[in-house]
Write a protein that binds this ligand. Structure first.
Ligand SMILES: O=C(O)CCC(=O)C(=O)O
Length: 288
């Protein structure tokens, strides 16, 4: 399943370590996009019809009328974390885990002994602009001096997506005073920031400690998978494992998935009985 020709180039690997991101073009071939778009749209419709945060770990933003900012209307969704939930699951969501180009590219960074870590989705709200503040996924003080990381989170765009912006290299150093002033409260442009532009089918690998944020005006058609794969040796949180195992068994996915995707889940479930405390999963620094 891993093809040497499809692995990242030396420049891409260097960019991942030095700058905290890299882009892999056309991971999903154009002819396969309709299948993913249709599945994604069915899922968004269901989440929008059931807008409580808890059911699907839905990400919500307040819809504020810019002409009349005091009149806060409804909460709107811009993403959700539970793509494997039986209400939302679509075979396309796990088909993507068989993608040879994706797995080969990830193996250039993580090796080929991998497990599932998260299957999530991001989209543009309808009535409000999405404008997430700057943050690291984890503690703002924690960085990775050599740029290494044992998991990779990646956005795969089904339509053109220029939402993700980051400060390249910020995953390897303490944040500056200017950056800290924006963390979890600001959306101001930052020195050296870079906007990543994905064409349909492209994937963006992002280091969780790089300073970043997302932004999508309501007029955009953002439909982007946000998945995380990790080295099998990276410990798993109990709650996450139980959740995924429950959904997986309920839908008998073990009998339905193609071998590469099934292996990613089998490797994840291997952790049963020796899971770690959830306090530090998924975004806090690793324990060794
Ligand atoms: O919109 C994005 O691509 C970034 C999302 C993000 O930073 C997050 O969910 O923590």
């Amino acid at each position: 399943m891993i093809s040497k020709e499809l692995m990242l180039s030396k420049e891409q690997v260097e960019q991942w370590y030095e700058e905290g991101y890299c882009i892999v073009r056309e991971v999903i071939p154009q002819e396969e996009l309709p299948k993913y778009r249709e599945a994604f749209e069915r899922m968004v419709t269901k989440v929008r019809a059931n807008p409580s945060r808890e059911r699907y770990n839905t990400r919500l933003v307040k819809a504020i009328d810019k002409q009349n900012p005091d009149a806060i209307s409804e909460l709107e969704s811009w993403g959700c974390d539970f793509l494997l939930h039986p209400d939302l699951y679509e075979p396309a969501f796990t088909d993507y885990l068989n993608n040879e180009k994706l797995l080969s590219a990830l193996s250039s960074i993580l090796g080929d002994d991998l497990r599932v870590s998260g299957l999530k989705a991001l989209w543009s709200p309808e009535g409000v602009d999405y404008d997430l503040f700057w943050h690291r996924d984890g503690l703002k003080e924690i960085y990775s001096e050599d740029g290494s990381q044992r998991h990779v989170q990646f956005n795969t765009a089904l339509y053109r997506d220029d939402s993700f912006r980051l400060v390249p290299g910020s995953h390897r150093r303490p944040l500056t005073e200017t950056e800290l002033a924006q963390v979890r409260k600001g959306v101001a442009d930052l020195p050296g920031q870079k906007i990543c532009v994905l064409e349909p089918g492209d994937a963006l690998f992002m280091h969780s400690m790089v300073l970043h944020r997302g932004k999508a005006p309501r007029t955009d058609m953002r439909r982007t998978f946000h998945y995380i794969l990790a080295q099998t040796s990276l410990p798993v949180g109990t709650k996450l494992l139980n959740q995924y195992k429950g959904w997986y068994e309920e839908q008998r996915l073990g009998e339905k998935l193609a071998p590469a995707a099934k292996k990613l889940f089998d490797n994840f479930f291997q952790w049963e009985g020796r899971t770690e405390n959830d306090d530090w999963y998924p975004n806090l620094p690793y324990k060794e």
